[in-house]
Design a protein around this ligand. Structure first.
Ligand code: AFP
Length: 334
């Protein structure tokens, strides 16, 4: 009989030396939130959960939009456990403090509860992204500086993909491991140990409708990815196939399995790009490096950028290392 490895068992057997239960249980709680969100999506069906928050359903109850549900759930599962000193969510303006009656813990949780919101209402894959830092000062209750840390300082990061199956993929700095939810038994089972970007890569993922807004360097890089013969480039073009979902988790996951690059370039009048550093680019950059890849804003590693603001945005190039390095080369002269 093949060995069955549940996520609980895997986390326990592979916990980093410094983890003394607190960290391990924090990961469990996120995996639990993932199961509950996946269950809610499946059970409620389209009629009940889609649509705007505030709509009234057939039972006369006010509907809660799925991204708000996911945000509340992650908050509620983590505010009282004594494992965190602060949280920050893409859905909330301000940093989340751990309410006073509850014990303060040593970790910080940052999360995007449901990424790819434009895909929620049309039944296309979406995801949850999270990152875990250590508190800067373990004696203090959470402060902004605990949250505004470089992705390089992450101790764990991961995502949940709600697709044709639900997957939980995470790293604690010792490789990237993927688990698939067996919904009959309600367990995440190890299905993708040690995930690495394969080479040669297959795909590029970019929303080319913004082409006219990109800098010349980004446009040339795009031509290079497409393998165009004209205009002539200083380096021989590669030739990748195009795939774009518009849910970063889904695009990243596919490229992690097949090899490729996701790009969301800066635009002439939006130099900061769109992707959020703290909740999207940072955690995925940490995962990419653990999977042998790389993430850049076009000039420097995402891992080295210190966020100055909770909702700071960055241009993003992420995937196979060589493809991202080539983006930096094209953007050098912009
Ligand atoms: P939303 O959650 O606001 O839909 O944004 C999702 C996202 O940040 C990321 O998941 C996608 O890759 C990217 O935006 C898609 O943006 P475009 O719709 O501009 O291509």
């Amino acid at each position: 009989m093949p060995r069955i490895e549940t996520i609980e068992r895997f986390i326990l057997e592979n916990q980093p030396e410094y983890a003394q239960g607190e960290f391990t249980y924090l990961l469990y709680d996120i995996a639990l939130a993932a199961k509950l969100i996946a269950h809610k999506m499946k059970r409620a069906g389209l009629a009940d959960i889609l649509g705007q928050a505030g709509n009234v359903n057939v039972q006369g109850e006010e509907q809660q939009k799925l991204d708000i549900y996911a945000d509340e759930l992650l908050f509620q599962l983590n505010d009282h456990t004594g494992r965190l000193c602060a949280m920050a969510s893409e859905e909330r303006e301000e940093m989340i403090e751990i309410p006073e009656p509850y014990k303060k813990g040593s970790y910080v949780l940052v999360y995007d509860p449901l990424d790819g919101s434009s895909n929620i209402d049309v039944n296309v894959s979406i995801g949850t992204i999270f990152g875990i830092y250590r508190c800067v000062d373990w004696d203090q209750r959470g402060r902004l500086e605990d949250v505004l840390q470089k992705p390089k300082d992450l101790v764990a990061a991961g995502y949940v993909l709600y697709g044709s199956s639900t997957m939980f993929v995470y790293t604690t700095g010792d490789g990237v491991h993927g688990f698939t939810l067996d919904s009959d038994v309600g367990e995440f089972l190890l299905s993708h140990p040690n995930m690495r970007f394969p080479s040669p890569p297959k795909y590029y993922s970019v929303n080319e409708s913004y082409y006219d807004e990109w800098t010349p360097g980004a446009q040339s890089y795009y031509h290079w990815l497409q393998g165009r013969k004209e205009p002539k480039l200083s380096v021989n073009p590669t030739k990748l196939s195009s795939r774009y979902i518009g849910s970063l988790v889904a695009d990243f996951h596919r490229n992690l399995l097949r090899g490729g690059v996701f790009a969301y370039p800066a635009e002439m009048d939006k130099p900061e790009g769109k992707i959020r550093l703290l909740y999207e680019a940072g955690p995925l950059a940490f995962m990419a490096e653990q999977a042998g890849g790389y993430a850049s804003d076009g000039k420097q590693s995402i891992m080295d950028i210190t966020p100055e603001d909770l909702h700071q945005r960055v241009p993003l190039y992420i995937g196979n290392r060589d493809l991202v390095r080539m983006a930096e080369a094209f953007l050098r002269n912009d």
